[in-house]
Design a protein around this ligand. Structure first.
Ligand code: NAD
Length: 442
């Protein structure tokens, strides 16, 4: 199940051989650990032209745990993080400022480091501003493909109201927690009221309850672990057939097991009874792969029902009943297959595209209650689901992304924890890929 090639290229003979043969050499990704929760070194703060947010960023960026340097500072020789504030870019000429700021430093960014481009809300009244800001998207995605050595790049578009509500997202994107997220564009919304200012950034979910479906193993078990690390009491749900594994996960995270099939007629009712909930993670999912010509109606409808139908039904019941109240966070699981399409997965891709449609459609209405709803779209993540993929396709899936390696369940879990964060009220209706910038659907 593990990525043996990645392990091999990390050894001395592996490095020698892959170099000689011209094979890909994926870099080890720095990930979160209790000993190393943030990057070490300095964050380089660049500005393209002028920006209305320079002072606010001077206050906010040090809150990521990194010391902040401005260009020319000798100490920022190999910065693990670079923030380019391009919010002031409003014309094609202004885009030259993007080149001018990053060109001199791009080679010096530390291996495994981050580039975060900050953009502005696209103006509906100024086509050139909208074009120039949209240009940042193509720029960032291309840069993410060029960086190599485990470095990533994302574009964060601020809300019309500016930086308020951006802190949890800056902390996530500028930390080892976002190791397998690259080439993403995240749009912030005005966060609807003041942020909870009493957030404990070490245990942001303390005193909160989260329900995670499909929590017995794989990504769901990692999500339960990460949300528990962040302080949540986790209700771990999975089908009764895997009750033993489920119980093990629940005990390990100090949570509660709820053996339940999400497609059962009483599923919504029993999930409501497990409330009140602050966080709902729809992670349970199945595949029944077959090309359409050979696919049975049963294979079609079972996948659509588990991956999408149950997500819609249970979300609606939990919201309507009030079990998911003010400030709640909903995270559903899409997939890059739902974005790019995948031969043999018409049913699965339909269900996962449906999840993306659902979160976008629900977000505006739920914002009135301070509830956010987002999706994670994993790429190739090591789990039992991907272990079942035929060897050659599995190997291609692992390598066909900008980071040249597969992701871990923890990578999806960290992204989910960011979206579940009480400070992430400005993030809603987003579909965030956790795929190392997979070439599929890029
Ligand atoms: P997995 O098969 O290892 O785990 C899925 C879990 O969901 C299992 O414990 C299973 O028992 C549970 N489950 C299935 N049907 C259920 C039902 N009806 N009710 C309750 N629980 C049910 O899969 P994984 O790789 O950990 O994937 C988790 C999620 O991530 C899924 O939604 C999957 O589609 C999605 N995803 C995974 C990958 C990947 O590369 N592994 C990629 C994209 C998306």
């Amino acid at each position: 199940m593990a990525d043996r090639y990645l392990h091999f290229t990390g050894t001395a003979p592996g490095r020698f051989l892959t170099r000689r043969l011209g094979l890909p050499q994926p870099a080890p990704l720095p990930r979160w650990s209790p000993e190393r929760p943030t990057f070490e070194g300095e964050l380089l703060h660049l500005t393209a032209g002028t920006s209305p947010h320079t002072d606010a960023l001077d206050d906010l960026l040090p809150r990521t745990g990194l010391r902040v340097a401005r260009p020319g500072s000798a100490s920022a020789a190999a910065p693990p993080a670079v923030v380019l504030d391009a919010t002031g870019v409003g014309t094609v000429e202004d885009l030259a400022g993007v080149h001018a700021a990053l060109h001199p430093v791009v080679r010096s960014i530390a291996a495994g480091g981050r580039v975060l481009v900050l953009g502005a809300h696209l103006s509906p009244d100024d086509p050139e501003q909208a074009a120039a800001q949209q240009a940042l998207e193509g720029f960032t995605r291309s840069l993410a493909k060029e960086l190599g050595q485990g470095r990533t790049a994302q574009l964060l578009r601020l809300a019309p109201g500016g930086l308020s509500g951006a802190e949890s997202t800056l902390r996530f994107l500028l930390s080892p927690r976002s190791a397998y997220v690259s080439g993403q564009v995240v749009q912030l919304a005005d966060a609807g009221g003041p942020l909870p200012y009493d957030i404990d950034w070490d245990r942001p979910l303390a005193g909160r309850t989260a329900l995670v479906t499909g929590a017995a193993r794989g990504i769901g078990a990692a999500v339960a672990t990460t949300l528990a690390r962040d302080g949540a009491h986790v209700v771990c749900l999975d089908v009764p057939q895997v009750a033993e594994d489920l119980e093990r996960t629940a005990v390990r995270v100090g949570g509660t097991a709820l053996p339940l099939d999400v497609t059962a007629p009483d599923a919504a009712e029993r999930m409501v009874a497990a409330g009140p909930l602050d966080v709902l993670v729809h992670n349970a999912g199945i595949t029944r792969d077959r090309r359409l010509a050979g696919m049975t109606a049963e294979a079609w409808s079972s996948v659509l029902d588990v991956n999408l139908g149950a997500v819609i039904r249970t979300t609606q019941s939990l919201v309507k009943s009030g079990a998911l109240g003010e400030g709640a966070r909903i995270v559903a699981t899409s997939s890059i297959a739902g974005i790019a399409g995948n031969a043999g997965q018409t049913n699965y891709a339909a269900s996962k595209a449906g999840v993306a449609g659902l979160v976008r459609a629900l977000a505006p209405g739920l914002a009135a209650y301070g509830i956010t709803v987002n999706a994670v779209a994993p790429g190739f993540i090591e789990s039992r689901m991907t272990a079942a993929v035929p060897l050659m396709i599995r190997e291609a899936g692992r390598r066909m992304n900008s980071l040249g390696q597969s992701g871990l369940p923890e990578d999806v879990a960290e992204t989910t924890a960011w979206l579940a964060h009480p400070g992430s009220g400005a993030v809603t209706g987003q579909v965030v890929r956790v795929c190392g910038q997979s070439l599929l659907g890029a």
